[in-house]
Design a protein around this ligand. Structure first.
Ligand SMILES: Cc1ncc(COP(=O)(O)O)c(C=O)c1O
Length: 402
């Protein structure tokens, strides 16, 4: 039995806001009742606002982000189709793996881990593809392995410059609802997210935005699909229903999640993530450590991957933080295993929660012998949060004290 809260600072799942928990604390219900569409039809519309999708649809599948990848691919492509993708972390790698297992021919741009989508190389591949064999361009907007955010709009610009008709598919699993994402403005045809990150819910929903062009492609694509079939979903969703039993409890949570996002305002949500992330970055600098992201233009506002000094293992920081201080951090994955640990700073989060994570991280690093001055990172983050805090009417505060 451990007293107090677990500090949940993995980059998803994220903290569950009490109002979302309450929204899901309800009796189970009949998903074919006449009332059910009152819940679902609004969700479909409001998700489009979160994805910033003007025309098209957002699908809600039971599943996780991985299911969303599969839905995007199998609905719009045919076996043997060529897709262009870059790999710079475990998740961009896994999406490519999924494509290969679906029988697609993947042109992979291997990219150093710590950098984001290499726009110039995308441009070269697209310009060289005068026969338009490439049917889809894949981009991981926020690579959660390395804490790197890519410039999706720049990839779209490269596609437009090459006059290339491929579909643009984006993994927005750890960006949508936390980092600015503009599906229509950036010409994204398929955008994938999941419920357990920016939407602050338990895992269990794969959210997939599809442009009109993607929906058109789904009418002729021949990859086998059943559970994730857009056509079955569209038919049932039209009236607010699903082709099979939906995750009804999570749908109520999703309603509360979207309400919370809109109440704060999406732009404020993005600003909050940026401000909290900047505090974490200042802490990392004060520790004298570096991020895996190799340049500020790649810095992610949802996850910071912190490199440990030579001779140390990032997994030890994670193990000690959990065992001694009940703090959950993310381990390094695949190529960067052991070289770093990750601090997830997304979802329902504020300054003091971040300071808690930074304090626990400092203690764990000191415990394993990394030379960090106690309080250095926390102090740097504190200063950032103090300096950027909203002004307070001090007189009112004084009056309250009296
Ligand atoms: C960027 C990114 N893409 C895809 C996934 C896979 O999503 P899931 O674990 O929900 O299947 C993750 C999971 O962390 C992720 O961070």
């Amino acid at each position: 039995m451990r007293a107090g809260n677990n500090g949940l600072f993995v980059p998803g799942p994220t903290n569950l806001p009490p109002q979302l928990r309450r929204a899901m604390d309800r009796p189970l219900e009949d998903h074919r009742s006449p009332d059910f569409p009152n819940l679902t039809l609004g969700l479909f519309e409001d998700l489009k606002r979160v994805f910033k999708l003007d025309r098209g649809r957002v699908f809600i599948f039971p599943g996780s982000g991985t299911g969303g990848w599969e839905a995007a691919i199998t609905n719009t492509l045919s076996p043997g189709d060529t897709v262009l993708a870059s790999v710079f972390g475990q998740f961009s790698h896994l999406w490519v793996d999924l494509c290969q297992r679906q029988g697609l021919n993947v042109q992979v741009i291997e990219t150093p881990w710590g950098e984001g989508a290499p726009v110039e190389q995308y441009a070269e591949h697209l310009a060289a593809d005068t026969a338009h064999k490439i049917k889809a361009v894949l981009v991981c907007h926020n690579e959660t392995t390395t804490g790197v955010t890519s410039d999706v709009a720049a990839v779209r610009a490269a596609m437009d410059a090459a006059n290339h008709p491929a579909l643009l598919m984006v993994d927005g699993v750890s960006s949508i609802a936390s980092i600015d994402f503009r599906m229509s403005e950036w010409g994204v045809d398929l955008a994938v997210s999941g419920s357990q990150k920016g939407f602050m819910l338990p895992t269990g929903l794969a959210l997939v935005g599809a442009s009109e062009k993607a929906l058109e492609a789904s009418r002729t694509a021949t990859c086998p699909r059943c559970f994730f079939d857009f056509a079955d979903m569209i038919k049932a969703n039209q009236d607010g229903y699903f082709p099979y039993t939906p995750a009804t409890t999570l749908l109520h949570g999703l309603r509360a999640s979207i309400d919370l996002l809109f109440a704060e305002g999406l732009d404020n949500v993005f600003k909050r993530h940026n401000r909290l992330a900047e505090g974490v970055r200042r802490a990392v600098a004060a520790w004298g450590l570096t991020l895996c992201a190799t340049a500020p233009k790649w810095y992610s506002d949802t996850v910071s991957a912190v490199c440990v000094p030579e001779g140390f293992n990032g997994n030890d920081v994670v193990s000690v933080a959990y065992a001694r201080y009940n703090l959950s951090l993310g381990v390094g994955l695949n190529k960067v295993a052991g070289r770093l640990f990750r601090i997830g700073h997304l979802g329902w989060l504020n300054e003091l929660m971040c300071l808690q994570a930074l304090a626990g991280t400092e203690m764990a690093m000191r415990d394993i012998g990394i030379r960090i001055t106690a309080g250095s990172g926390v102090g740097a983050a504190e200063e950032h949060y103090r300096q950027t805090a909203a002004p307070v009417a001090l007189q009112a505060a004084t009056a309250l004290k009296v």
